[in-house]
Each structure stands twice: as C-alpha cells, then as structure tokens.
Design a binder for this molecule. Structure first.
Ligand code: C2O
Ligand code: CU
Ligand code: CU
Length: 445
C-alpha cells in the first residue's frame, strides 16, 4: 500500500479443493481457491490487480458491478493466454481482440460507493464452463459513509457466495458440454435453460453449518450460479432486514420475509439471532428449490455475546431517478431465435454496438423476454422503475446492475452512465445464455 494505490497479484491456477466433505475436486481457482480471495477495497484508493494465468486456457476477468475503464473491464476477447498457448484463441483477430501473454494488470479506480461486487471469468464462448470450474470471487468496497453506521462488523459481516454445482462420483465437477461454442438446440437442447447442479455451495462448501452468537449478523448474499434463481428466507420465519442491493446501501432498511436473487444479483441483509436459545439451528432456505436444493446453509446459535449493532433508520443518500430524467428510451428484447439466445434478434456481434448513450446521462432501458433472463449491464448502474406496468419487487430498490427479467415481462430500468467512455456490454447473466450469444455491446460516448 502506498499513495499510488493498492497492488495485488492473483494467480489463476489448477488446484485441489475441498468442496464436498469426503473427496477433493480439481478446480480452476484465483490463487487456486474457490471462491477466489475476497478482495477488500476502499473508495478513493485505486487498486491494480496483476492477474497471472497458469491455467490451460485463455481467460478474461470482469469485475461485476465495477465502474471500470473499458480496457480493464474484462471484455470477452481481451484475453490473457497461458505461456506458449496455441492454437490462437478464437476471435483473436476480431474487433476488440487483445491478447496478453501470461499476465496483465487490471486497473480499478474504486471511485464508487461501498458495495459487494464479485469478479469472474468472462472469456468469449467459455464463461459458463470457466466460472463453473471455479473462476469467481468477491470484492468488498468500503467507504466512510458506511463506516459511520452501527452495522455488524468483523466476523459478524459474512460475505456468502452461493452457487450450485454437479459432481461426478469421484468428486470432479460435471459440466456436460465442454465446448459451449458448439451449442445448438439440436446438440445441446437440454441446456437451453442453463446448467443446474444438485449441490448447493456457499463459499465453496456444500451446505455449510456456521456457528453464530445470539446477535445481529450482516449477510452479503451473492448469487454466483450459472443459471439457478433462489428465493431466500429463514426456516424460523424471522424476517430479513435488507440494507443493500447490487451496488451498495439502500436509502433505508426494508423488512422482508424473503428475497429473490437471480444469477449475478446481490442482496445485503441483517439477520438477528438474539431471540433464539443457545443450540437453535436456523436454516437459510431456498423456496424455489426442491429436495436438497431447497436448503442453502445452517446457522447454529452456540454462544451469547454483547451486541452493539443497530438497524439505522437511514442508511445512505440515494437519489431517486424518475422517468423524466431519461434522455432517451431504448428497448432490448431477450429472446430465442435462429437457433440461439439473442438480443433484438441478433446474436452477439463482437464488432457491433446496439446503443451509444452519452456519458453523464440517464436512459430508460426496457427489457422484454420470452424466458427467465437475468439482464446485466456493465458500467452503468440502474434503478428498477417498473415490471410490466407494476411496481418493482420490494427487494429491488437502490442501485443495481442486474435485474431478474421473468418470462414475458417488460422491465423498465433507469440507467445512469457515469465514470468512463468506451465500449461496454449488456447480456443475460444466465451464463449458458451468455455463451450462446445473448450479449450486445454499447458505447458510452
Ligand atoms: Cu457478471 Cu458481464 O458479467
Ligand atoms: Cu458486469
Ligand atoms: Cu437468458
């Protein structure tokens, strides 16, 4: 650490991990672990991450939710190849293609407010299998505004990266299709809804049990699954106090029985264990899951402790955008057609661009769909305005970067383009859909 900012080095490598209780699993991990190291960043302190690639495949690393210059955003063809890699990666010579050998620096200005972000692989055509193998981790940004609040901290602030995976009997990860670029409805019809696993992992451990004191905890929930949506609530029926969403704190807390998280979304909630006698088990459940997929993890109240946290009545200053703020309206239709998942009837064109919003403006983007498509926008954070003419869900307040667009819905969001000019993308965060071409570029001008 110095005045020029922070610098860390992360090495992507093949490693053995203990995801299941009784066997080991070969993963591709940032620093050889899954999830990758939780990066702690501070608003106003720029961070450089030197990313080294010791995997057998090219990679591109994207900071999801990051307000990042385009050349560090993890564009799908902005690849870092292993030493002596051949053959040349596909798309190497296309628009936006850049190749770094073995290592490169990603520069993150960290000018944005406190939030729970995550980073993951974004390689063209192979994001889904490479994330499935372990290339995902969290970044927690803190700032002065959040530090001033009496929220739970230290070991009472739990970042929880949730994902589902499938395993072979020997413990290896099962991803049925090795090469998603070969996907077509004929060849891969069973993956059209994305890939699901029957094991739920939290921070890389199957259905963990976590010991807690009888106090309030902060859970930073990240849905890092390829395709699975969760309806999260507590087995005790106790309410969740939501304090934040994808890109930071809400204006004020919201009390809810459950929250729904689609792939890529985050939710920050407070859970109070003070009402439970020592020995009580409370399960974080998934109302959408059947059988084992209906459980995420267990908390066991094992000790008494003093609690000096509180639920503040006000959390943050969040300006509320309105329809009148939108400089223009654009529609993006997420739909199956021509044998693939497309946006506005087009498969991803690395050289094309569907929109050119101006830096410093707000636009109203309307997302329509034929299926579940968690729509994610790079760079621009947004507020959800409406769902097919109705109000957004109660857990969708504040600044977001991913929205759960459900079948045949029209979801309106107000996107603010701030921070950087350049080429960014929007896409479906069902990672199989993303690899099957449901992406588009836009240029902030
Ligand atoms: Cu989390 Cu472009 O993705
Ligand atoms: Cu992103
Ligand atoms: Cu989709």
């Amino acid at each position: 650490s110095n005045s020029a900012g922070e610098h860390i080095v992360i090495t992507q490598r093949v490693a053995e991990a203990r995801l299941l209780p009784d066997r080991t699993t070969t993963i591709w991990g940032y620093d050889g672990i899954f999830p990758g190291p939780t990066i702690r960043a501070r608003r106003g302190r720029p961070l450089t991450v030197t990313m080294r690639n010791e995997l057998p495949v090219p990679t591109s690393t994207h900071l999801h939710g990051g307000v990042t210059p385009a050349d560090s955003d993890g564009f799908p063809m902005d690849l870092t190849t292993p030493a002596g890699y051949s053959p040349a990666p596909p798309h190497q010579h296309g628009a936006g293609a850049r190749v770094h050998e073995v290592s490169r620096d990603y520069r993150y200005p960290i000018g944005q407010r406190a939030a729970t972000l995550w980073y993951h692989d974004h390689r063209m055509d192979f994001t889904a299998p490479q994330v499935w193998r372990g290339l995902a981790g969290m970044m927690i940004i803190s700032d002065d505004e959040e530090d001033a609040l009496p929220l739970p901290r230290g070991d009472r602030d739990l970042p929880l990266l949730i994902c589902d995976r499938a395993f072979e009997a020997d413990g290896s990860l099962r991803y049925p299709m090795r090469d998603m670029s070969m996907a077509s409805p004929g060849a891969g019809g069973e993956f059209l809804s994305g890939l699901f696993g029957d094991v739920i992992l939290v921070n890389g451990v199957a259905w963990p049990r976590h010991e807690v004191a009888n106090v309030r905890y902060r859970l930073r929930l990240v849905n890092a699954s390829n395709a699975r949506r969760y309806r999260l609530g507590l087995s005790s029926g106790a309410e969740l106090v939501q304090i934040g969403t994808d890109d930071g704190l809400l204006a004020a807390p919201v009390t809810l029985p459950e929250v729904v998280l689609s792939p890529g979304e985050r939710c920050d909630v407070l859970v109070d264990f003070s009402a439970y006698p020592i020995g009580t088990e409370v399960t974080l459940r998934n109302g959408f899951g059947a059988g084992p997929a209906g459980e995420i993890m267990r908390f066991v109240v094992t000790r008494k402790a003093k609690d000096d946290s509180r639920v503040p009545a006000r959390l943050s200053r969040v300006p509320v955008l309105t329809r009148a703020d939108a400089a223009r309206v654009r529609q993006f239709d997420f739909r199956f057609g021509g044998g693939r998942w497309q946006i506005n009837n087009r498969p991803y064109d690395p050289a094309g661009s569907l929109a050119a919003p101006r830096l410093g403006t707000v636009e109203l983007w309307r997302f329509t769909s034929d299926f579940h498509h968690p729509v994610h926008v790079h760079l621009g954070h947004f507020q959800v305005l409406s769902r097919s003419g109705r109000s957004p869900e109660p857990w969708e307040g504040g600044w977001k970067d991913t929205v759960d667009v459900r079948p045949y819905e029209a979801v309106e969001v107000l996107v603010r383009f701030a921070g950087h000019r350049g080429r960014y993308m929007l896409h479906c965060h069902n990672l199989e859909h993303e690899d099957m071409a449901m992406m588009a570029n836009f240029d902030v001008v």
